[in-house]
Ligand binder design. Structure first.
Ligand code: FAD
Length: 402
């Protein structure tokens, strides 16, 4: 471990990747500032998983118990048919389930990470990096507030649309659109709701999901295939109109979501795509999390990559005298893992978005076969009991840097 006492690091983005990096850098003795564009933490979003290597990092950070305590209470995944009947069920404790051991609302995890860093890290809310200039031994930063400062390193952890990435790497990283739009929103819980993650496929390539949370509300999501990327320039009101149009006639709980759209506090609507960047550092600036390698929610690994990348970058910076060596070591360890995660199975997402009624019923039938007791039993024979999360922890080696 080298001495890091005099080294100032600026991180852009206070979500998952940024505070995780800040935790480890502060622990190693760096002086850390996080700049977050929003006036406060952004706590929106749905259920996310902290599993495999992310769970191991949470253990090392001493926050696993807090994550467990904030569990959403989701009991498993059900596929729902046209008449609201359950066509397939994958309980949480089964060998195949979308619901993980540590299932938490994104906002709860953001809060936990903030709480365990706020005393050792300077947070600057409502500000962002406007310009940065790399010098031989530091980076000069001008903030949108007009303030200026210098840092030894700057790290972009400001998400899939990272403006820090654009400032440093220009058009070099590519956003690979996957032909899919998703909307997330919180809606009131009703008596007919339960604690299953319910997945409903509608004709014309639309999916609606409802998931329980630990706050007495429900998390709804709507996804649809769309070859055109035109919606991102729309205002929030226009986006809601698009969503209402897409939900019209979809059946199941579509009308309930249409009714809730105008009053929901946190409608999030975006196109889905992966970030492909040929390098994750330039001089004294590096990238982590969605800013560097967004895998999309389709992989269920956005949080995992963010936490793993943060842990590795901090550890390598603390282990190398020269930052260039640290950036190279971080990328060498992380890139094969990112490439494996970003590799989507053939046919995803198109295969699970059928156009016709026949396609929808075929999908539900196939799901039913996979959920059948016989198939679950067979899968169970090849899956170590309940160590499915632990075994995933071996996806990437996490060195002990301390
Ligand atoms: C509001 C919100 C809701 C989300 N909901 C879901 C969800 O339901 N399901 C899911 O799988 N993933 C969701 N995500 C994405 C998920 O958080 C990430 O895929 C993953 O956790 C990696 O996190 P990250 O820290 O790299 O980036 P992100 O979580 O995207 O966080 C980026 C942070 O940077 C801040 N920021 C952006 N631009 C700037 C700037 N110029 N200067 C300073 N700060 C900036 C943002 O406000 C945000 O706090 C959501 C992200 C956000 C921001």
């Amino acid at each position: 471990m080298i001495t890091c006492k005099s080294k100032k690091v600026l991180i852009s983005g206070a979500s998952i990747a940024g505070p995780t990096l800040a935790f480890w850098l502060a622990k190693y003795g760096f002086s850390v500032t996080i700049v977050e564009r929003s006036a406060s933490l952004r706590l929106g979003g749905q259920n996310i998983d902290v599993n495999g290597p992310a769970q191991k990092i949470a253990q090392k950070m001493g926050i696993e118990a807090s994550i467990r305590a904030a569990n959403t209470g989701e009991v498993g995944l059900q596929f729902i048919g046209q008449d609201n009947q359950v066509t397939a069920a994958f309980p949480k404790e089964g060998p195949v389930s979308g619901t993980q051991e540590l299932e938490i609302l994104r906002g709860d995890l953001v809060n936990i990470l903030y709480d365990c860093t706020k005393h050792d890290v300077i947070y600057r809310f409502g500000d962002s990096i406007n310009a940065l200039e790399q010098q031989a031994d530091h980076v000069s930063v001008t903030f949108s507030s007009g303030k200026t400062d210098t840092f030894q390193f700057v790290v972009a952890a400001d998400g899939v649309r990272s403006s820090t990435r654009r400032l440093v790497f220009g058009e070099e990283p590519v956003f690979k659109y996957l032909g899919l739009y998703t909307a997330y929103l919180t809606i009131p819980r009703e008596q007919t709701d339960n604690n299953w993650w319910r997945w409903y496929t509608a004709v014309d390539r639309r999916i609606i999901m409802l998931r329980p949370d630990n706050q007495g509300t429900m998390r709804a999501s709507v996804a649809f295939l769309e070859s055109d990327e035109a919606y991102e320039k729309l205002s929030p009101i226009e986006q809601k109109l698009v969503l209402k149009g897409k939900l019209a006639g979809a059946g199941w709980e579509a009308n309930r979501i249409i009714d809730a759209l105008d009053s929901s506090p946190d409608v999030y609507f975006d196109k889905i795509g992966q970030i492909k960047a040929p390098r994750w550092s330039d001089g004294r600036v590096a990238m982590i999390g969605d800013a560097a390698y967004c895998p999309t929610p389709l992989t269920g690994k956005g949080t995992t990559l963010a936490m793993v990348g943060a842990y590795l970058l901090a550890g390598e910076l603390a282990s190398h005298e020269h930052y260039q060596d640290a950036f190279i070591a971080y990328e060498n360890r992380m890139r094969p893992y990112v490439e494996a995660v970003q590799q989507l199975p053939p046919g995803v997402p198109w295969l699970v978005y059928p156009k016709t009624k026949l396609g929808v019923s075929t999908l539900n039938t196939v799901a039913g076969i996979f959920a059948s007791k016989l198939i679950q039993k067979l899968v169970g024979l090849f899956t170590p009991t309940k160590s499915k999360d632990e075994s995933k922890g071996d996806e990437i080696t996490l060195p002990d840097y301390a």
